[in-house]
Design a protein around this ligand. Structure first.
Ligand code: CA
Length: 221
């Protein structure tokens, strides 16, 4: 999953970006409101983390512009502004959650998972299609009632991208988009390599290849 982090404080931004990558998100980091809006025009994001005090265009203005343009991207405000007014403006302005700084990274990641779950219409924290299930908190995958298997961060990110919409075919570039952020070098056969690794762990039939188009996991029956 690809996350846009909008944060002008270099230390906080760095810490959050590292934590996001450790948690297997593809994370792009921008430092101003205008850059954020530009990035959101050019790229699909699964979630936005938005600071409020930003140079130039304020975080609340960014939020307003996004929602006025009918962009439904899940968005969490991350701010040290703890006044009731700020929180109300943020939430009523279309944010899905409001996380007060300073926060523990584990809580931010849990709140992100909660928002993503609600937005995708999945009530259960574990994704699945009846054949394979995937737990976002542990990155363990399980095929039917076999023993759970640990996936690497990128194996997890790839399988998660497919399991969010079983039956939908994702192309190589769509998968790369969800696994790699800006500036991360993508080897030309990286997607095939990851799929090969997942199949070796979980069995060949877990991910289906649709020749010339991409890959999918089957719909639940
Ligand atoms: Ca700030």
């Amino acid at each position: 999953m690809r996350v846009l982090l909008v944060e002008d404080d270099p230390m906080i931004g760095e810490a959050i970006q590292v934590a996001l990558k450790d948690a297997s998100y593809a994370a792009d980091w921008v430092r101003s409101g205008l850059t954020a809006l530009g990035a959101l025009k050019g790229q699909h994001y699964d979630l936005v983390l938005l600071d409020l005090g930003l140079p130039g265009k304020d975080g609340l203005d960014v939020l307003r512009s996004l929602r006025a343009a009918d962009n439904p991207v899940p968005l969490l405000i991350i701010s040290a502004r703890d006044g009731l007014d700020d929180r109300l403006q943020g939430l009523d302005g279309g944010a899905d959650d409001y996380v007060l700084k300073p926060f523990q990274m584990a809580e931010l990641l849990a709140r992100m998972r909660a928002v993503l779950r609600r937005k995708s219409g999945h009530a259960a924290p574990v994704l699945g299609n009846g054949v394979v299930s995937l737990d976002p908190t542990t990155r363990q995958a399980q095929v039917r009632d076999e023993a759970p298997v640990q996936l690497s961060g990128r194996e997890f990110a790839l399988l998660q991208a497919l399991l969010i919409r079983p039956g939908a075919i994702l192309s190589r570039s769509e998968l790369e988009d969800r696994i790699y952020g800006w500036g991360e070098e993508v080897e030309s056969n990286a997607v095939e390599y990851l799929i090969h690794a997942i199949r070796r762990k979980l069995g060949a039939d877990v991910i289906k290849n649709v020749r010339g188009v991409g890959w999918m996991v089957s719909k639940p029956v």
